[in-house]
Design a binder for this molecule. Structure first.
Ligand code: ADP
Ligand code: ADP
Length: 237
């Protein structure tokens, strides 16, 4: 269970990006967070994975107050939150397999620079993830030679090898054409279903959230203005 309690994030005296958000997300739910640009969606994800600290409020995961974690425990929490970004954030010059292994770096004391510095079981995990994402044949290609949709699926494979406790996706399909967007959302949905992983996904289009999510959270001006199953969302946010 992921729980946000009265979360507030202010940037200086004038901007309140998140303004008193309380939520409970049970394990295994796929949640679409929708709202206009500036509604506070990215800030909410960054508060959850502790990329930023809240001005007020807490985030709990399975009873642990993650807003109070420090040092090693904080690094472990960040490794437990796999992030997917709009721009994929791959290292274009490196091959796909190496990009996937980057997901293991948070689990290690030192940062390996070569594929062979990862253990055999880590490499097997990466190969298995690529197979799941239908990219088994692309492992040795440079990431920048892949299409956007393929690159985002590499990012999902990277998230999987992280063996995360939840996936936080920030506009994962905003730079993809509809065909690739559907494939990426289907991949996230399959992982959510098969692995019982909680997925929190910021989305621009309500239709995508309706098609793929168990629950929609609508944000406006840092506040939750809708929270419910997709079929109960009747008016635009
Ligand atoms: P969304 O993801 O819904 O587009 P954001 O969380 O990115 O919304 O932004 C919410 C509000 O907070 C916006 O007004 C944005 O300009 C502001 N904001 C976001 N990040 C920062 C920052 N680092 N410094 C100052 N203001 C920020
Ligand atoms: P998105 O639309 O994906 O939420 P933005 O373009 O709003 O992203 O923000 C990109 C980066 O700029 C983020 O790191 C965010 O924190 C920062 N940012 C956004 N708005 C502001 C702002 N008003 N002042 C300073 N930084 C900002």
């Amino acid at each position: 269970m992921l729980k946000a309690t009265a979360l507030v994030k202010r940037y200086g005296p004038c901007v309140t990006a998140v303004d008193g958000v309380s939520l409970e997300i049970p394990q295994g739910q796929m949640v679409g967070v929708i709202g206009r640009s500036g509604a506070g969606k990215s800030t909410l994800l960054r508060l959850i994975n502790r990329l930023i600290d809240p001005t007020e409020g807490q985030v709990h995961f399975d009873g642990v107050d993650v807003t109070r974690l420090k040092g090693r425990r904080l690094r472990e929490w960040r490794a437990a939150c796999a992030m997917i970004f709009q721009q994929f954030n791959l290292v274009g010059r490196l091959d796909v397999l190496t990009n996937v292994l980057v997901g293991r770096v948070g689990h290690r004391a030192t940062v390996p620079t070569l594929v062979k510095q990862f253990s055999r079981s880590e490499r097997a995990l990466a190969a298995q993830a690529l197979e799941r994402l239908d990219l088994a044949d692309q492992g040795l290609q440079r990431a920048e030679t892949l299409s956007g949709g393929q690159q985002q699926r590499v990012a999902i494979a990277r998230a999987l090898v992280q063996q995360p406790r939840l996936i936080l996706a920030d506009e994962p399909i905003a730079s993809l054409d509809p065909g690739n967007a559907k494939r990426v959302m289907d991949a996230l949905r399959a992982i959510n279903r098969e692995d019982g992983l909680t997925v929190l996904c910021n989305l621009h289009h309500i239709s995508t959230a309706r098609d793929t999510c168990d629950r929609i959270i609508g944000m406006q001006d840092g506040r939750v203005v809708f929270d419910g199953p997709p079929e109960t969302l009747t008016s635009p946010i």
